[in-house]
Design a protein around this ligand. Structure first.
Ligand code: FES
Ligand code: FES
Length: 149
């Protein structure tokens, strides 16, 4: 089957595997992380047709024909995406395991709502967990990013 990932078509083996497994194991896109594996942490968040989806909860075969965006697909021509840069500028991570998921959820949020309030940011990102507790800096990063996107 063919998956459209980060603007390119990829042929991957048929089989009952999650999107997370295919992205990491077949395509080497290891920016998408496995945390809980059961849809609770958001570490595996990717965008499917612009909407944040937990890669651990969806089968790869379910997203055939859709546009999948992983954190690797955000930078353009060697330039980090403004959201990525904002996370660096605000030091919005410690171990950074949660960061790709937060960045992709933020991208979806700012597409839907370019000028979110702090409460709207907290609500939208509530499915992404940070075990290092970097929430305050993540909030600052999203606020900084929305001025640039
Ligand atoms: S690994 Fe998918 S939500 Fe936690
Ligand atoms: S920075 Fe470590 S889990 Fe978020």
């Amino acid at each position: 089957m063919i998956l459209n990932v980060n603007g390119s078509r990829h042929e991957v083996q048929e089989g009952t595997r999650t999107l997370l497994e295919v992205l990491r194991d077949d395509l080497g896109l290891v920016g998408t992380k496995e945390g809980c594996g059961v849809g609770m942490c958001g570490a595996c968040t990717v965008l499917v047709d612009g909407r944040p989806i937990s890669g651990c909860l969806i089968l790869a075969e379910q997203v055939v024909g859709k546009e999948i965006l992983t954190v690797e697909g955000l930078e353009k021509n060697g330039q980090l995406h403004p959201i990525q840069q904002a996370f660096i500028d605000e030091r919005a991570f410690q171990c950074a395991y949660c960061t790709p998921g937060f960045i992709l959820s933020t991208a979806a949020l700012l597409n839907e709502n370019p000028n979110p309030s702090e409460d709207e940011i907290r609500e939208y990102l509530s499915g992404n967990l940070c075990r290092c507790g970097s929430y305050q800096n993540i909030l600052k990063a999203v606020l900084r990013a929305h001025q640039r996107v």
